[in-house]
Design a binder for this molecule. Structure first.
Ligand SMILES: [Zn+2]
Length: 488
């Protein structure tokens, strides 16, 4: 059995002041055929899953390119066309094929192409023909277009947010697609449009119980797979919004009913699935008064993982104004400031301007006399078994305050973003990280308490106030009851 695989992934915040080009893919992750590392990246877990089967001798694997760019702004047209054509040329050269399996994110929007993954899967189907099985995994923060569903035989999605199960989703995609190619199953995909866009972390109720229910449904053997697309509120896509996907073994009507029932249950969670969001002052005040250290505070909307810069200084300004002790901040993206720190050298004290450079809504740059505590070339942090590059990074100190500055934009995934740079977090009272919820998995075991601070910035965090231009369907919270409106 001949199987091809490839991965093109990023998440496009169409409202971001940033822009994305090929260098963003190169900086985050770019592996030409045969160069994928042994460990998976978030969206390329199908590679190690397929290599394992190739090593066992059950398939012949033809690898294409795997690449990922940290979420950012609109992808420019030449970059998208280069990556698309590169993978499609590899696919043509690999024919004939029994299966083609992709690790896609699902929220990539390029200049001139609103549905990159739908466009890619449609082109794939034209090349491989109707008999080759096509499978793909998606991130739940994506836009599920009809074009994607029509051209893929199998779709799996990370169930967890934080996405701690990306390896399982890749495994499931490979398993179901290969079973289908062998004729052991006939996957039928049912989709229900939930008509809402919300923040749906699975680390707390009600989503925790909902995801456990989906897993039980899969384990019962009645269905092949069940997933939730959360949608990505920072992407101006006509397919914005949550959806339920149920894959049955050729039982479409049963799948449709189940998808609808699950979808209406999800709809009932609207407005009450997100954790308590605090103002910076509330979050810092609560953290300072806590007796369980370190308190981890997420700066939820200045999350580079949502496509913004991650250089907001607003939380830091509050820390300095409140005169809080024992605080570490990770990370603030500022390649220019890192360059100056490297030129100054470890141990140097000098006047530095850092942060607050890419948006008028993310605070002013900070001007301070800083001490350079630590410099690390090509620093990394971990996300499960995945290694995430931070680029050259510096730890600077202002009084008692430690701040990690980095060169490669990345959200906070793990406490090792501090410890790899020599910051002793066991002696800190408060850790401030830039992430909406991906930090939660690895920080929860070391955190005394976890708080969420929400600050308006360049991330469009209230869909009622976001100027979407492509939306044609009614969605909650812009419309109170979009299902009723649909019926009327
Ligand atoms: Zn996601």
């Amino acid at each position: 059995m001949r199987v091809f695989c490839a991965s093109i992934a990023t998440e496009t915040n169409t409202f971001s002041p940033l822009r994305t080009d090929f260098s963003d893919f190169e900086q985050s992750f770019y592996a030409p055929p045969g160069h994928h590392p042994a460990t998976p990246t978030l969206c390329s877990a199908v590679f190690p899953a397929l290599r394992k089967r190739a090593a066992e001798g059950s398939i012949e694997l033809i690898e294409g390119t795997a690449t990922w760019a940290e979420p950012g702004g609109l992808v420019n047209a030449p970059t998208w066309l280069r990556l698309r054509n590169e993978v499609l040329d590899q696919l043509k050269a690999a024919l004939p094929l029994d299966a083609a399996i992709f690790g896609l994110h699902g929220a990539m929007i390029a200049d001139g192409c609103v549905d990159c993954e739908g466009d890619l899967l449609e082109a794939v189907r034209q090349i491989v023909g109707p008999d080759c099985r096509v499978g793909t995994s998606f991130d739940p923060h994506s836009h599920l277009s009809e074009k994607r569903v029509r051209n893929a035989d199998v779709i799996t999605v990370f169930k967890e947010f934080p996405h701690t199960d990306f390896v399982e989703a890749g495994e499931a995609c490979v398993d179901l697609t290969l079973k289908s190619a062998r004729g052991e199953i006939t996957p039928a995909t049912s989709v229900f449009d939930v008509r809402m866009i919300d923040v749906l972390p699975t680390s707390i109720q009600p989503m925790r119980g909902f995801i456990d229910k989906l897993k039980q449904l899969e384990q019962s053997g009645n269905i092949l797979s069940a997933s939730v697309i959360h949608g990505f509120m920072a992407g101006d896509s006509p397919d914005l919004g949550a959806r339920i996907i149920v894959v049955t073994n050729n039982e479409k009507a049963k799948g449709d009913r189940l998808a609808r029932d699950l979808g209406m249950e999800l709809f009932s969670f609207r407005g009450r699935a997100a954790p308590e969001f605090l103002t910076p002052h509330e979050a810092l005040g609560r953290a300072d008064a806590s007796s369980r250290f370190p308190v981890v505070i997420a700066d939820v909307w200045d999350n580079p993982g949502g496509g913004v810069a991650g250089d907001s200084t607003i939380m830091l300004q509050h820390v300095m104004e409140m005169g809080l002790q024992g605080v570490a901040v990770g990370t603030i993206w500022d390649p220019m400031a890192v360059r100056l720190c490297f030129a100054a050298g470890e141990g140097a004290e000098f006047d530095l301007r850092f942060g607050g450079k890419t948006s008028a809504h993310a605070g002013q740059p900070i001007d301070a006399t800083v001490k350079v505590i630590r410099l690390v070339e090509n620093a990394v942090q971990s996300f499960g078994t995945s290694v995430v590059p931070l680029g050259n990074s510096a730890v600077i100190r202002i009084g008692d305050l430690d701040i990690v500055l980095n060169t490669n934009r990345s959200q906070a995934f793990s406490p090792d973003l501090f410890t790899n740079l020599g910051v002793d977090i066991s002696r800190k009272r408060i850790l401030i990280v830039k992430s909406t919820n991906h930090f939660h998995g690895a920080f929860a075991p070391i955190a005394g308490e976890i708080l969420y601070a929400a600050i308006d910035g360049p991330y469009p965090n209230d869909p009622r106030r976001t100027a979407y231009t492509r939306l044609k369907r009614a969605l909650w919270p812009m419309v109170e009851d979009p299902h009723q409106e649909e019926l009327a």
